[in-house]
Write a protein that binds this ligand. Structure first.
Ligand code: ASP
Length: 359
């Protein structure tokens, strides 16, 4: 069912600035770095983001007559997203939880490099999410004359403030993607993110088109935030010629979970060097191994003997999950202290729409 657009004339959105290019400035050596306070200063100066007839940080009315009042909360030390880790994800989730009842929606402003990881992690952490949480950022800082920052920010704010999409999304270059389906595909282009196995949840052109049939239903229960993640997870991209020793070393303690990025529809070498035996031994020892494809599109399905061998070794087929979703999901599931059989069963099922069951 398509939820009606809210009728109140104003929505309240909390903008959390975590760092990233969008709010960076060139330092003395001529390279971009995040500078505390700079993003908020830039936002305060953008005429498009403020209606002069209203209190500051209130937009002009949209085509449907709705204004958005937003507060900007910036972290003391804004970071290049390459420096974020599990503790930062937990902090973002906790801050959203604290402000949950005071706002209609949340925009998390973030560096693009690891945005897809944070989006996936937040999707798993924010269990029972009933409000939009939208990550966005930019390839060009907002201080530059020509930038994608303003467009991305306005688009994310607009969707957050108008559409009750109860999901963690990633808004970039006129598209809202499901966060746990998104991946960064371009280091320099402005259309930097893709969702190879799920169409966008919304597209912004002359009109905003929300694909309501793809949007997950609002949950019945309250928000529950899970911040415990197991840090002992890793990703390994298979390559022709990988040796048994390399694989054994990779799977050695303290590793608890592995995302195996395999070939094509989920295949691994099953002839030489007994690599499958190494994976089986690790599974038996309690390492949870999830198989996702190196291909951007498509899913893991044991249609070849080389793929079936992995299933027989206890490796969980990860369907069409992105490597980012698979890694954060494993860290999340292992962090919940569940029996390993349950972790394995849940790893192959859709918890937040991160994979297609029975494609
Ligand atoms: N290195 C930056 C970051 O991820 C890139 C960006 O924001 O576009 O923080």
């Amino acid at each position: 069912m398509v939820p009606a657009e809210p009728t109140e004339p104003m929505s309240r959105v909390l903008v959390l600035y975590t760092g990233g290019t969008i709010g960076m400035r060139k330092n003395a050596r001529g390279v971009y770095e995040p500078v505390a306070g700079w993003f908020a200063e830039q936002i305060a100066q953008q005429p498009q983001l403020h209606d002069p007839t209203q209190p500051k940080f209130t937009t002009r009315p949209s085509a449907s007559g709705r204004r958005i009042h937003y507060d900007v909360a910036a972290y003391e030390v804004p970071l290049d997203s390459a420096n974020l880790d599990l503790s930062h994800w937990a902090r973002f989730a906790t801050d959203i939880e604290r402000a949950y009842d005071d706002y209609d929606a949340f925009v998390v402003v973030h560096g693009t490099d690891t945005m897809a990881y944070t989006a996936s992690a937040l999707a798993f952490m924010l269990d029972g999410l009933a409000k939009p949480v939208i990550l966005t950022g930019a390839q060009i800082p907002i201080e530059r004359l020509r930038n994608d920052a303003l467009d991305n920010l306005l688009g994310a704010l607009g969707i957050a403030g108008h559409y009750a999409i109860p999901e963690v999304g990633l808004y970039f270059h006129h598209k809202l993607l499901r966060g746990c389906r998104a991946t960064k595909v371009d280091a320099v282009g402005l259309d930097a993110f893709a969702s190879p196995n799920l169409p966008p949840l919304a597209e912004v052109g002359v009109d905003v088109k929300v694909a309501w049939h793809l949007v997950r239903p609002a949950p019945a229960g309250p928000l529950r935030v899970h911040t415990r993640f197991d840090p002992h997870v890793a990703s390994l991209r298979l390559y022709p010629g990988i040796t048994r020793r390399i694989l054994e070393n990779f799977l050695a303690p303290p590793l608890a979970g592995l995302v195996l990025e395999s070939f094509g529809a989920g295949n691994a070498p099953d002839r030489d060097d007994d690599l499958i035996g190494v994976l089986r031994a690790a599974s038996e020892r309690g390492v949870v191994i999830v198989n996702v494809s190196q291909c951007l599109k498509g899913h893991v399905r044991p249609s070849y003997a080389a793929g079936q061998a992995l299933v027989d070794a206890g490796v969980v087929p990860g369907a069409d999950m992105t490597p980012e979703a698979a890694l954060t999901k494993l860290a999340y599931l292992l962090g919940q202290g569940l029996p390993l059989d349950e972790v394995r069963a849940l790893a192959g099922r859709s918890l937040r729409g991160e994979l297609t069951e029975d494609p």
